[in-house]
Design a protein around this ligand. Structure first.
Ligand code: 7RM
Length: 667
């Protein structure tokens, strides 16, 4: 093949031909019922965005003061629903108070501790009860000097109070930044420093796989970390609110630290929601950049809430009777949009589980599905691959017949995992929505609609209303269908990020400089003849082997389609002859032994599935792959290992450091 091909012309060789149209019975009852209906709405949303979004904004949100202008767009700065006043917690709670929804479960929560074969501690909060708790805690915030625009770090386990704290912040107009409970003291300190937070909300500890994570202790440590000039890094903190959860002993610093339960006993539950501007910042969520310091992705009020609400409604086809479970931690954007804001803005029942999927045994998720009659389940490919590895006997023990819809997010889902999810969890009857989006996009962007879109395993399919994605080459020119390129978004959308906290230059460089006038996602993608989008991996991870640009997702999918392989990660290392050589890291299914022979078998398997050009040069077996705490494989680190260089760059998001040690020591 021609070696002078444009750099982004990613070769795509894996073809998936299975198609799963939605069942008639599903389509009949769905919010959007046919492809014709989707196309009509979609075309309207692209042709007349102001009309489309104006209508959505007016109908879906409750306003204290109506907006006067739908949007104002001067790349890269967007403003939506100008002149309007509203409150997120009002839209999620107060709105339901004088309706039948008031006494419906808003949150169903299950704690982690449980004996094998037993269920765990359980709490249910109706909309009315949740409203009460949020009002109390909002008054606690005010009592402790919190004002509109102040930043608050939330560092809590997956307990109802995490949602209560988020909603209380939005009620008083404070900007929350949730830090995942698995992050270290250093990460907490860096984030406090970056956004100059005044308060931390934490707990004594949290349960994880039976052990207690000492959250309060981490906060104490964070507040003692020194900066380069021997001052304190996180010196802006005035108050630390401590929730009692795990019962471990903690040190309380007089004048700074206060107990959640004592504080709420000092206030009443009367707390009208602040009238916030449409564009008032709602939250900052840090995501790791490929190098150096984390980026504080900023989202604002009206646009974000509208996006979270309508994607939840249409993508998860939310109905009043659903028990909806998104398994993401509240520390990730998925937890923000699809555990808290999206479901509550729809008056839905959202399930929250505190702990690990394999505690005390690998059937915990299925036990929960059966116990509560979960109808919609939204999880990640990394979890699905773990379930596959643990074996079908675990889901088979439980009655999963309440499920009617499944979702996937976080990484490309390889067709093998898709089929397994479809068969063993969905009982072949549930549509699967493979949803592509990012922290930056705020909510789902490319996705099937479950009553509409025939799905193809591994494809996120078609854009959501108002979203105009395109596949372009290095010059920003659209590429023909079938070839790969960069994924960009051509039009502004309400829930798009409003910036990187305190770093407008980085905002422009990262997202708005690659392709002029468009938002650059950083992902590589291919569109097939039906216009379906297939994410092939991050652009930075795309390999260039002898002039062939090969996305990571396809080779990984081919490897995982071998029954001996549990998980795979593909990276390049410099090679004099070919530019890059392909190195694959593979973890094996339980009971499978690594051998030289298996290496050859896997190389040939990829050759057969994709083609000789994609045959790995090197196969390496690993016990586990380095992942972020939200489950994404960190290929950047594997690349450095494969190239034999020292690990550089940000490793704070790495889930388990011992994985790296094992990978580097075996050669
Ligand atoms: C929601 C979330 C964003 C990145 C994104 C992609 C990858 C997410 C999918 C996916 C293929 C999907 N936010 N990604 N969903 N790739 N198919 N359905 O994950 O900010 O943490 O990550 O994740 O690379 O750019 S995130």
């Amino acid at each position: 093949m021609d070696k002078k091909k444009p750099v982004t012309n990613i070769t795509s060789m894996l073809t998936e031909t299975r198609v799963f149209p939605p069942a008639k019975e599903f389509s009949k009852q769905a919010h959007v019922k046919s492809m014709a209906e989707y196309k009509k709405l979609y075309n309207e949303s692209i042709k007349s965005p102001e009309k489309f979004w104006g209508k959505q904004g007016k109908n879906e949100l409750a306003w204290f003061k109506p907006f006067s202008k739908v949007m104002q767009w001067k790349a890269p700065n967007a403003k939506w629903f100008l002149g309007g006043k509203l409150n997120v917690s009002y839209n999620c709670l107060d709105k339901w108070l004088n309706t039948p929804t008031a006494n419906k479960a808003a949150l169903i929560w299950e704690g982690e501790p449980a004996a094998p074969g037993k269920v765990g501690e359980e709490r249910t909060l109706t909309y009315k009860q949740l409203h009460h708790e949020v009002c109390l805690f909002a008054n606690v915030l005010k009592r402790n000097g919190i004002k509109k625009g102040d930043r608050i770090i939330i560092y809590l386990p997956m307990v109802p109070e995490a949602a209560i704290a988020m909603l209380a912040c939005s009620r008083v107009g404070a900007i929350h930044s949730v830090v995942f409970g698995g992050f270290s003291a250093q990460s907490v300190a860096d984030r406090i420093q970056d956004c100059q937070a005044k308060m931390v909300i934490t707990s004594d500890g949290g349960f994880r796989r039976g052990a207690v994570v000492p959250l309060k202790k981490n906060v104490d440590d964070a507040l003692m970390i020194e900066d380069a000039n021997n001052g304190l890094l996180a010196k802006t903190i005035e108050r630390v609110v401590v929730l009692k959860r795990s019962g471990n002993e903690v040190q309380m610093h007089t004048g700074r630290d206060i107990w959640w339960h004592e504080e709420v006993s000092l206030v009443d539950a009367h707390c009208p929601a602040e009238k916030m501007d449409s564009e008032a910042p709602l939250f900052i969520l840090y995501t790791s950049g490929s190098t150096g310091k984390p980026k504080g992705i900023l989202h604002s009020t009206a646009g974000y809430l509208l996006g979270a609400k309508i994607t939840t409604k249409y993508v998860f086809d939310i109905k009043d009777t659903d028990v909806y479970w998104c398994t993401a931690d509240i520390g990730w954007v998925t937890g923000h949009s699809y555990v808290v804001y999206g479901p509550l803005a729809n008056g839905a029942t959202s399930l929250m589980y505190e702990g690990a999927p394999n505690w005390p045994e690998p059937d915990r998720f299925w036990r929960i599905v059966a116990k509560y009659g979960v109808t919609v389940l939204y999880t990640a490919p990394t979890a699905i691959r773990a379930f596959m590895k643990w074996g079908t006997e675990w889901p088979k023990k439980h009655d999963l017949s309440s499920l009617r819809l499944l979702g996937s997010v976080g990484e490309p889902i390889n067709p093998e995992a898709w089929m397994w999810y479809h068969e063993f969890i969905g009982g072949k009857r549930c549509p699967i929505v493979d949803t592509w989006w990012q922290t930056e996009t705020g909510n789902i962007m490319i996705t099937p609609l479950p009553g509409v879109t025939p799905t193809k395993p591994g494809s996120a399919t078609l854009p959501f209303f108002g979203i105009l994605p395109e596949v372009v080459d290095d010059n920003g020119k659209p590429v023909p269908k079938g070839s790969g390129g960069k994924l960009v978004i051509r039009k502004p959308w309400p829930s798009m990020l409003r910036g990187i906290w305190g770093d407008p230059k980085r905002f422009v460089e990262t997202y708005w400089s690659e392709v002029k006038g468009s938002y650059f996602t950083g992902d590589g993608v291919r569109q097939d003849k039906d216009g379906y989008f297939w994410i092939v991996g991050r652009i930075d991870d795309v390999l260039n082997v002898a002039g062939h640009r090969i996305g990571t997702a396809e080779v990984e999918s081919a490897l995982v389609s071998n029954p001996k392989v549990a998980e795979a990660a593909v990276v390049g290392r410099p090679d004099e002859l070919k530019g890059q050589a392909m190195v694959v890291f593979v973890t094996l299914k339980t009971g499978v032994k690594a051998s030289e022979q298996l290496k050859t078998e896997l190389r040939n398997h990829v050759g057969k599935e994709i083609g000789a050009v994609a045959k790995p040069d090197d196969v390496r077996f690993a016990e586990a792959l380095p992942k972020t705490r939200s489950g994404k494989i960190m290929r950047r680190l594997l690349k450095q290992i494969a190239s034999g260089v020292d690990i550089k760059g940000d490793t704070t998001t790495l889930e388990d450091f011992s994985v790296l040690a094992k990978l580097t020591s075996d050669e």
